[in-house]
Design a protein around this ligand. Structure first.
Ligand code: C5P
Length: 403
């Protein structure tokens, strides 16, 4: 899931570590997201990847030098001011030291000295280098001066060592950049999101579930984080990676989802309940795998709790509750009944029988209903755009309640 960066201008600085090869993927994702990217490489970075690779993907001449043929006068000033954000990925220990000391001995470091835009620094190096006190001291200085630092990931490194210092995965870097260029209108808000299906066990190897993939709820979580919220995601089983910057709790069954949401609910300002919770579960769990037997087999089911209705009954008035209604018939009628019965502020109704909306696709066509009888019919949009529209309504309700 890539953020939209349509019309945004990003300067991508690449320094000379082996992780420079991952910067190629960062560039590709930025361009796919609609950004216009100017790449600036240090001399050492060019030992790992050629400027031509970045040039082919960005469609822009890669800048490498302060002086000499092809350089523009005052480029070191203009480059860092003509963009919406700057990212340095990877940032070597040498680069961090130069930034911390205010050294400008090449184009990239000089551009940073003159920059007036948010700067995201993504350190990547061997674990021993990363843990070196001087590197940590330099990072501390940069944080103090308002640089945004993307913590490196832990894992196996190119040199074979194991530990902290790996460059985070390119989609996470792009998500962090998207945060920097998005107005934080949900800053300071705690948003709890549920997503995905539940698995209701029949025996040790079989379960009942539904076609939800979690894409809609994960889009809501990612977009809320991008807009500055502190986001907690309670997710049923899905194949999706946790969105960057979001705390994720993984659950399997409706009862586990209920326990997780009940423990988190009182600390949230907003609950967005997009999980496709199974309404029933098998009445008994067979201890051993059920054997093949008679021609027919009856499975007795029992009601699962209606999680959001339970939370709606004990909500505080200033909390905002949003539910989803996935229907295959009489969409608005059923959605309106659910909005009232579950004590929600908004319900997002979608007709899951349409091929381009609902389960397992990247687009959705929804209608948002509110308690005043308002009906907002949205066109076919990407799930990220739907998430933005839902969060616009949430932001408006939060502002009303505060004011
Ligand atoms: O009644 P229905 O299941 O269609 O309502 C859908 C809404 O209720 C969704 O927001 C869903 O996450 C929530 N729900 C729930 N607990 C259930 C079933 C649905 O919270 N057992």
């Amino acid at each position: 899931m890539t953020a939209s960066l349509q019309g945004k201008k990003i300067l991508l600085g690449v320094t000379g570590g082996i992780a420079a090869y991952k910067a190629v993927e960062v560039l590709r994702l930025l361009v796919t997201a609609g950004a216009q990217v100017q790449v600036v490489m240090t001399a050492a970075a060019q030992q790992f990847v050629t400027p031509l690779t970045f040039q082919a993907l960005s469609g822009e001449t890669v800048r490498t030098d302060l002086f000499g043929p092809g350089t523009e006068p005052l480029e070191h000033i203009s480059l860092g001011q003509a963009v919406d954000a700057i990212v340095i990925a990877p940032a070597t220990a040498n680069c961090l030291a130069k930034l911390a000391a205010g050294i400008g001995d090449d184009l990239l470091t000089t551009v940073i000295l003159a920059a007036s835009r948010p700067i995201l620094v993504c350190p990547a190096m061997n674990v021993k280098m990363y843990e070196n006190p001087v590197v940590q001291e330099n990072l501390g200085k940069l944080r103090q001066r308002g640089f945004h630092i993307l913590e490196p990931a832990a894992g196996e490194m190119a040199c074979g060592a194991y530990g902290s210092g790996r460059l985070p995965e390119p989609p996470d870097i792009v998500a962090a950049i998207a945060c920097l260029v998005t107005p934080p209108d949900l800053g300071g808000r705690r948003i709890l999101v549920s997503a995905g299906p539940t698995h209701e066990d029949l025996d040790p190897v079989r379960f009942l579930t539904n076609r939800s993939t979690g894409k809609m709820g994960y889009a809501v979580a990612a977009v809320a984080r991008r807009r500055g919220a502190e986001v907690t995601l309670v997710s049923g089983p899905t194949a999706l990676p946790a969105p960057w910057g979001v705390s994720r709790y993984l659950v399997r069954t409706a009862l586990e989802m209920q326990a997780a949401l009940e423990s988190l609910f009182s600390q949230c300002d907003v609950l967005i309940m997009s999980a496709a919770v199974s309404d029933y579960r098998p009445a008994g769990l067979a201890e051993q795998k059920i054997k093949r037997g008679e021609e027919e087999m009856l499975v007795k089911l029992t009601h699962n709790p209606d999680i959001v209705a339970g939370l709606g009954a004990r909500r505080q008035q200033q909390q905002v509750l949003v539910g989803f209604a996935a229907e295959t018939q009489d969409l608005l009628e059923h959605a309106t009944t659910k909005l009232q019965r579950k004590n929600l502020d908004l319900i997002v109704a979608n007709d899951v029988s349409a091929p381009d909306a609902g389960f397992a696709v990247d687009t959705n066509r929804v209608t948002i209903l509110d308690r005043q009888g308002g009906v907002e019919v949205l066109p076919l949009l990407s799930k990220e755009e739907v998430a933005d529209r839902i969060l616009d309504r949430v932001a408006a309700l939060l502002a009303e309640r505060r004011g």
